[in-house]
Unconditional design. Structure first.
Length: 114
């Protein structure tokens, strides 16, 4: 099945912009924001995050023991645990409104120099 001609040449950003401006897109954005701001869902997320962090800590401990480092401390400073950027969880991004057309730059491309 071939998509309609008006959709074939659209970039992903244009499609997302068009969706965000539509009534259905606005409804989806509102629904997503209400789900994200629900205290019950935030509690579930915090619980899951805690479990993942515990598992990461246990895995780091096992790896340290396997390497012969008893307490899992790094060689940088005594008494501190090394932070692995690949496994350190990042905090969630702050809730924001969907970008406006001005933020996208539209189809005109970059602004012209004066």
């Amino acid at each position: 099945m071939t998509p309609p001609a008006n959709v074939m040449g659209m970039s992903l950003m244009n499609k997302l912009t068009q969706l965000a401006k539509s009534e259905k897109g606005k409804e989806l954005i509102d629904k997503a924001q209400s789900i994200a701001n629900d205290p019950k869902n935030r509690e579930k997320l915090d619980t899951a995050r805690g479990k993942v962090e515990e598992q990461i800590g246990a895995a780091k401990q096992k790896l340290a023991e396997k390497r012969g480092d008893k307490d899992g401390a790094s060689t940088d400073a005594p008494g501190t645990v090394a932070s692995d950027p690949a496994t350190t969880p990042t905090p969630p991004a702050p809730m924001t409104s969907p970008p406006t057309e001005a933020n996208y730059g539209g189809d005109e491309g970059p602004p012209k120099a004066a």
